[in-house]
Design a protein around this ligand. Structure first.
Ligand code: NAD
Length: 723
């Protein structure tokens, strides 16, 4: 076998080790599943096998779940044939998948699993199909049924086994919120049976098989009852009502999978196990065929993979490897970039004007790592290895043998020009110089460069160690080799790149700015601030539109608007945001969370906040009360559509070339609601012609800013879609 190893010991215990060939992690795809099915058949048939221990050969992963290429085929457009044929095909495939785990747990032999890494999605379903689960007691062992985060639900029996193991009350939040839990919590709720030190799980599992090995799942025993009772037990019916309410509060009804999960658990746990599996399958198919699931899978999984595989990388240029990278400017961004590089195994030099400032940057990385260790996301050994790769210094000579230098100094043309000249004096031929500017045009910055063809923009997002997106900005004179190298660098640090034209606000800043502009228009119209804030969150944006600028600092958007006004001159169209921000920042000295005053007033404890009553003098609220669904839908759409229109405009203007980049950029860069699949997927979901018609209506009611551009009209007329 290519991906699994089987060794049978003298007691007849088969150790089956999952070790997917040519991959860093184990996943369940057509091939690994086919081999596993053969193994399960053998376990069942081979009299020499008395019991089984399942383990993984990959450090840190047990099994990361269903391979997405596999999942995609459920959510993708139906294959050739009628709807009924495509449905029959899905049912057949799902039945087979469910039957595999069912055969494992009913094979008549005890099966234990030894978990020393993450078991997610299908991997978590696999462990719940074992009779005994032992995990290592460190931060590495984790279990999560995370299908909901893809707009789906487990389809390998997960919605049925989990509540039958831990009870309905404990199972619901795990399923609905895609929670990943550590070994200690898994033990507490009864999801694993025992914890032992790392490296000892296989032996512990073997001991269980040898000494206790019970080959029957609790739910296959006579007299079995779901722990804590079925859905009609009062505590459970309350828990279900609470879970439904919390889901509504958290997801605002934007994710249909939430309802399907609740149904699968509610109905399934009242029935015998195999009938429960059929309920699960029915609900899975409904969820997988929703436009939301299709859009989520595309934008969260398929498009980033295609982009990372080089969909937009210039052709024919060999892949560059990055051994050493220098970051200049050890502030917030520089230290984050250093962290990401070092975590990816790249030797990193962090330069600042003083040794103290450089050391402070490295200390920032240390603090972030300590936090990660405390949360079980890293280990002391891994953290030490990362820190050992970072040298904090003031010495520009260290640049000499670097493959790339990234400048993250103050956002000031003169400072950046000086750093460019000093760095280039040491830079090896062929090495790349990148700027992490958030607003300054790259072509302008490259004017200070003696080799502008090797100069490029790499716009990272804060906090760098966690944000996956990087905007690559190509200057007028940047050559293809440099662009390709930037792609390779972003891939090397395991992030996802989009390529944008050197233009105002690039892509993400320009599109997210609509999330402030439109809410300000609403305030100016007299819609109460609380309504504006809540509607923003109901779209699925993680932070309300008034809280977000407060968190960033109100001067930032204010200065950007001022700069844009200066740059555009007569062509500038002022919006309500100009006047409102001017009043807040200039007249009232309200700079946001940092000085405790913004759209909100912040209490000294930094936690409690309330809307600033003075807003009423800036824009008098006239709509303050409950309002009908039509108004609510209009408000929600206005916020989403402004961003979608801007993204479409970016595509029309060539700021981006590829709809996938627009959607991946928006969801990764500023958390554009995932249920939409991104701003352009949203337009596709609505239908381009319907979207154009709705925007025309909004334009008639609220202003020309909603009037769709040429590209959208052409697409509407010809029936074209973004995907
Ligand atoms: P920061 O003020 O936290 O850090 C800047 C660092 O650069 C300081 O440590 C400073 O000592 C150092 N520095 C200044 N002049 C230098 C010089 N001549 N040589 C070496 N080091 C020098 O700033 P930041 O927030 O990290 O931003 C840095 C850059 O990243 C800016 O261009 C900014 O626009 C951009 N950016 C910021 C964000 C963000 O969210 N803060 C996001 C994307 C991009």
């Amino acid at each position: 076998m290519k991906h699994w190893k089987i060794e049978i010991d003298s007691d007849g215990i088969a150790l089956i080790t999952f070790d997917m060939a040519d991959r860093r992690i184990n996943t369940l795809d057509a091939e690994t599943l086919e081999e596993f099915a053969a193994l399960v058949a053998r376990i069942k048939a081979d009299a020499a096998i008395r019991g089984v221990v399942l383990a993984s050969a990959k450090a840190g992963t047990f099994c990361a779940g269903g391979d997405f290429t596999h999942l995609e085929t459920f959510a993708g457009p139906p294959e050739a044939g009628t709807e009924a044929e495509s449905l029959a095909r899905d049912v057949a495939r799902l039945t087979e998948a469910q039957a595999l785990f069912r055969t494992l747990e009913t094979c008549g032999k005890p099966v234990a699993c030894a978990i020393e890494g993450t078991a997610l999605g299908g991997g978590a379903e696999l462990v719940t199909a074992c009779h005994y689960r032992v995990a290592s007691d460190g931060p590495e062992a984790k279990i999560g049924l995370i299908e909901a985060s893809l707009g789906l639900l487990p389809a390998g029996g997960g919605t049925q086994r989990l509540p039958r193991i831990v009870g309905i009350r404990a199972a619901l939040p795990l399923l609905l919120e895609s929670k990943i839990i550590g070994a200690a919590e898994a033990l507490k709720i009864g999801l694993v049976h025992a914890l032992v030190p790392l490296g000892e799980t296989v032996e512990a599992a073997r001991n269980w098989v040898r000494e206790h090995g019970d080959p029957v799942q609790p739910w296959d025993k006579k007299g079995y009852a779901v722990p804590g009772g079925g859905p009609y037990v009062q505590a459970n019916s309350e828990a279900i009502a609470v879970a439904a309410a919390l889901s509504r509060q958290r997801y605002h009804g934007n994710y249909p999978a939430q309802g399907h999960i609740l149904t699968a658990v509610y109905e399934g746990t009242q029935l015998p196990f195999d009938a429960g599996l059929r309920i699960e399958m029915r609900e899975f198919i409904k969820a997988a065929r929703s436009p939301q699931a299709r859009a989520i899978l595309r934008t969260k999984v398929v498009s980033p993979r295609e982009i990372r595989n080089g969909a937009n990388r210039p052709l024919g240029i060999p892949v560059r490897r990055f051994h050493k990278a220098v970051v200049i400017g050890a502030g917030l961004m520089g230290s984050g970039i250093a962290h990401a590089q070092a975590a990816a195994g790249i030797e990193t030099v962090l330069i600042d004007v003083t040794q103290e400032a450089a050391d402070k940057g490295k200390a920032h990385v240390r603090a972030a790592l300590e936090k990660a260790i405390a949360r079980g996301r890293s280990s002391p050994d891994a953290a030490d290895a990362i820190l050992a790769r970072i040298t904090a210094t003031t010495d520009y000579d260290r640049i000499a043998d670097a493959d790339i230098v990234i400048e993250a100094v103050f956002e000031d043309r003169a400072v950046k020009a000086e750093v460019t000249r000093r760095a280039e004096a040491k830079l090896a031929p062929g090495a790349v110089l990148a700027s992490n500017t958030s607003t300054l045009p790259i072509t302008g910055l490259a004017a200070a460069s003696a080799r502008p063809e090797s100069f490029i923009g790499l716009h990272f997002f804060s906090p760098v160690e966690r944000m996956e997106l990087v905007e690559i900005i190509r200057g007028e004179r940047t050559n293809d080799a440099t662009l390709a190298a930037a792609f390779d660098y972003v891939a090397a640090i395991r992030k996802t790149p989009i390529v944008v034209k050197d233009s105002r606000g690039f892509y993400t800043s320009r599109t997210i700015s609509m999330y402030l502009e439109e809410p300000c228009e609403m305030l100016a119209e007299g819609i109460a601030p609380a309504i504006v804030e809540n509607i923003g969150q109901m779209t699925g944006m993680p932070v309300g539109p008034l809280s977000l600028p407060d968190a960033i600092g109100l001067e930032l958007p204010y200065h950007v608007l001022q700069q844009t006004r200066r740059d555009l001159g007569d062509a500038y169209v002022p919006s309500a945001a100009d006047a409102i921000l001017h009043k807040l920042v200039v007249e009232h000295g309200r700079h946001g969370r940092r000085n405790g005053k913004g759209f909100f007033d912040y209490a000294e404890d930094g936690k409690t906040k309330s809307l600033w009553p003075g807003l009423a003098d800036i824009a008098k609220p006239t709509l303050t009360d409950a309002f009908d669904d039509r108004v609510k839908t209009d408000l929600k759409n206005r916020i989403l559509y402004r961003m979608a229109l801007e993204a479409a405009k970016c595509l029309e203007e060539g700021v981006l070339a590829d709809p996938r980049e627009a959607d991946v950029g928006a969801t990764l860069g500023f958390s554009f609601p995932l249920w939409t699949g991104g701003p352009l997927s949203l337009i596709d979901q609505v239908g381009v012609a319907a979207f154009v018609a709705q925007c025309d209506r909004l334009a008639d009611l609220y202003g020309e800013r909603f009037r769709p551009g040429r590209k959208l009209r052409e697409m509407a007329a010809s029936g074209e879609r973004f995907y």
